[in-house]
Ligand binder design. Structure first.
Ligand SMILES: [Zn+2]
Length: 218
C-alpha cells in the first residue's frame, strides 16, 4: 500500500481504467472507478438510487453534491488508514474541493495525481475503434476490438457506441481542456502531479508509473 491516495486521470482512451486495475493489484489498494460507481448507484430502490435515476432520465449530469455523496459513501467502506486509488474523480476544480473534503475525514490526506497523456490523434484512433459488449458492458480497444465480433467474457455482441463518433470525440476533448486542465494545473502547483506518456504499450505505461511513483517516495 502506498502512503498516499492516487488519482488516475486522463482523457477517455488514455488507458486509465486499465492502469488503475494493474496499480490496484500491484499496490494492494482498493480502486474506486467513479464512472462505474455512479452507474451502479442508479440500481436498486434506495432514495439515492431513485434520485440518480430521475436525473439520468432527464438526460442531466449528476450535480457534484450528489457525486460527492456517492463517493464518500464508498470511501467509508474502507478503514480510515487505508489509501485508495480513484479513477475518473475528481475531474474539475469543483470536484477537487469535495475530494479534499472527503480526505479530511481520513487518517491520510496526502495524494498524488497520475495524468496519462496522449495526442489528440490517438484519442480519435482509439475511441473510434472502441467496441463495447451489449450484454456486460466490457470495453475492447484496438487492435483487439478489430479482431473480435463477440465478447470474450460473456459472448455478447460487440458494438460501436453512438457517442464514439468524430463530433462527440471532439466535444470530449474540448470539455477535457476546459474542465480538467485547470485541475491538472492546480495539482501541479501543489507538487502532487506525475505525468505519464500514454502513447506507449500497456506494460510500458505501467512501468513508467511505478518508476515515477518510486521517485516520489525518495
Ligand atoms: Zn460481455
Amino acid at each position: 500500500m502506498l502512503p498516499f491516495h492516487l488519482i488516475i486521470a486522463g482523457i477517455q482512451g488514455s488507458g486509465k481504467g486499465t492502469q488503475s486495475v494493474l496499480l490496484s493489484e500491484h499496490y494492494k489498494m482498493p480502486c474506486i472507478g467513479v464512472g462505474d460507481l455512479i452507474r451502479n448507484a442508479s440500481k436498486g430502490n434506495s432514495v439515492l438510487a431513485n434520485k440518480v435515476r430521475e436525473i439520468h432520465n432527464k438526460g442531466l449530469l449528476l450535480p457534484n453534491k450528489l457525486v460527492k455523496e456517492i463517493v464518500e459513501k464508498e470511501v467509508g467502506k474502507f478503514p480510515k488508514g487505508q489509501t485508495i486509488i480513484f479513477e475518473g474523480y475528481p475531474r474539475d476544480m469543483d470536484q477537487v474541493k469535495d475530494f479534499e473534503d472527503i480526505l479530511k475525514k481520513r487518517d491520510i490526506q496526502k495524494k498524488k495525481m497520475i495524468v496519462i497523456t496522449i495526442k489528440d490523434k490517438t484519442v480519435y484512433q482509439r475511441l473510434s475503434g472502441r467496441r463495447v459488449c451489449v450484454s456486460c458492458g466490457k470495453i475492447y480497444m484496438p487492435p483487439k476490438s478489430y479482431q473480435l465480433n463477440f465478447c470474450e467474457s460473456c459472448g455478447g455482441r460487440l458494438i460501436k457506441r453512438e457517442d464514439d463518433n468524430e463530433e462527440a470525440i471532439k466535444r470530449r476533448l474540448q470539455v477535457y481542456r476546459e474542465k480538467t486542465q485547470p485541475l491538472i494545473d492546480y495539482i501541479r502547483k501543489q507538487g502532487d502531479l506525475v505525468v505519464i506518456n500514454g502513447e506507449q504499450t500497456i506494460p510500458e505505461v505501467f512501468k513508467e508509473i511505478i518508476k515515477k511513483l518510486g521517485e516520489v517516495f525518495d
